[in-house]
Design a protein around this ligand. Structure first.
Ligand code: PEP
Length: 246
């Protein structure tokens, strides 16, 4: 039985005051049965580390440089994130793939650098509405995951995968539990073919998860928790989603 994991992706939201209130709300609702994490903007990681250090809630980033160090203005290295106690680094979020032209290989390189420094990469994959309607969902997510599997090699079993259909992110339109499960099963089979750890690996679902749809999504056999955007910004909603994870 895989322990569920719920991770908040705050995206580019927040302020020091709002974040402190949000984290206090989450901390005050402990204990949780599932593992819980928050991936916050880079500038707030140090604050999150202070607030969460004495708890079992982990924190992380929303991106990481594929480079070790050097003349890469604006980038943040995995080593720096680790120094601030990060557990997770989201890589390949669809907003980064779309707005920053991140390729499958770049996402894979980021995942590798993260792992090399003890961060767990949360690797996002997902199809656009156009791709779904063209019957390409399976091919797209398999291609995206395959680049990461190849690049990580024997370490592939250490990543967390997040299936996030692009058409469900921030739209209020959620994949049905059956639609999500079908893709999760495809991803699990792909991991099974590549690593002996597939049965213990976590595959999260992300895309308009809310308190009222979380439990049904999380009850699917291959859905091991969620990557939560909008609903992670309100403590009561995020806490309710964590509770729904069991
Ligand atoms: C996300 O951005 O990872 C996400 C799942 O967003 P939302 O929950 O708002 O759809």
């Amino acid at each position: 039985m895989r322990k569920k994991l719920v991770v908040g992706n705050w995206k580019m939201h927040g302020s020091r005051a709002a974040n402190a209130e949000l984290l206090a709300g989450i901390l005050g609702a402990r204990p949780f049965t599932c593992d819980v994490g928050v991936c916050v903007p880079f500038v707030y990681i140090a604050d999150a580390a202070v607030s969460l250090a004495a708890s079992d809630i982990r924190w992380g980033s929303q991106d990481v440089s594929p480079h070790e160090q050097g003349a890469y203005t604006g980038e943040v290295s995995a080593k720096m994130l680790r120094e601030l106690g990060c557990r997770y680094a989201i890589v390949g979020h669809s907003e980064r793939r779309a707005f920053h032209q991140e390729s499958d290989q770049l996402v894979a390189d980021k995942a590798k650098t993260a792992l090399g420094h003890g961060l767990t990469p949360i690797v996002c994959v997902g199809e656009t509405l156009e791709q779904r309607e063209a019957g390409q969902t399976e091919a797209v997510v398999k291609r995206q995951l395959s680049a990461v599997i190849h690049t990580l090699g024997h370490c592939a079993g250490e990543m967390v995968v997040a299936y996030e259909p692009v058409w469900a992110i921030g739209t209020g339109r959620t994949a049905t539990p059956e639609q999500a499960q079908a893709v999760h099963a495809v991803l699990r089979a792909q991991l099974q073919a590549a690593t002996s750890h597939a049965e213990t690996m976590k595959i999260l679902y992300g895309g308009s998860v809310k308190p009222d749809n979380a439990a049904t999504l999380f009850s699917q056999p291959d859905i091991d928790g969620g990557l939560i955007g909008g609903a992670a910004l309100k403590a009561t909603d995020f806490v309710a989603i964590c509770r729904a994870a069991g």
